[in-house]
Design a protein around this ligand. Structure first.
Ligand code: MN
Length: 158
């Protein structure tokens, strides 16, 4: 995917934010990532917004695919979490920590809860299997999309 594809994918991210007010990255820098590099960026940000949640982000096609998880992500098997897919975020967001000001989209404190790399084992529109190498999350994780619901997924350790 070239620059145009990445820009389109970030339209919603850019539209929702006022970059004169939020310290979040604009994502206009094109981040060069080696296509042969199969170790991709994984990060979870703890986001103390109006409702505390955890933002899971996985690098794909030059952006961070993102899901909001309302409860702490599972470090063990047999714990399933709802994960609501949200707008793609720029790659630079993986390093973002800070305070989004009152009145702005996602107002509240963002801190990195876990980070590392992952490999894709399977990635379709309904099912994603990744091998995560983080500090907290380690091993094989699945995201399974609920049938007939637009953005709802289940996230669990396999
Ligand atoms: Mn969030």
């Amino acid at each position: 995917m070239g620059c145009h594809g990445v820009q389109m994918s970030l339209d919603e991210y850019l539209r929702k934010r006022d970059f004169s007010r939020t310290p979040e990255p604009h994502g206009e820098t094109h981040v060069e990532r080696k296509p042969s590099n199969d170790e991709k960026i994984y990060v979870i940000q703890k986001h103390a917004a109006s409702h505390l949640h955890y933002d899971l982000r996985l690098e794909k096609d030059g952006v961070l695919k993102s899901w909001a998880i309302p409860k702490e992500p599972p470090t063990v098997k047999n714990v399933k979490r709802l994960a609501i897919q949200t707008e793609d975020h720029p790659i630079e967001y993986a390093n973002f920590e800070g305070v989004i000001p009152e009145g702005e989209y996602g107002a509240g404190t963002v801190e990195i809860w876990d980070r590392g790399t992952f490999n894709v084992e399977e990635w379709t529109d309904e099912k994603i299997i990744v091998y995560i190498r983080g500090e907290k999350l380690k091993g094989r994780y699945c995201l399974i999309k609920f049938k007939g619901r637009e953005n709802s997924w289940l996230f669990f350790k396999a």
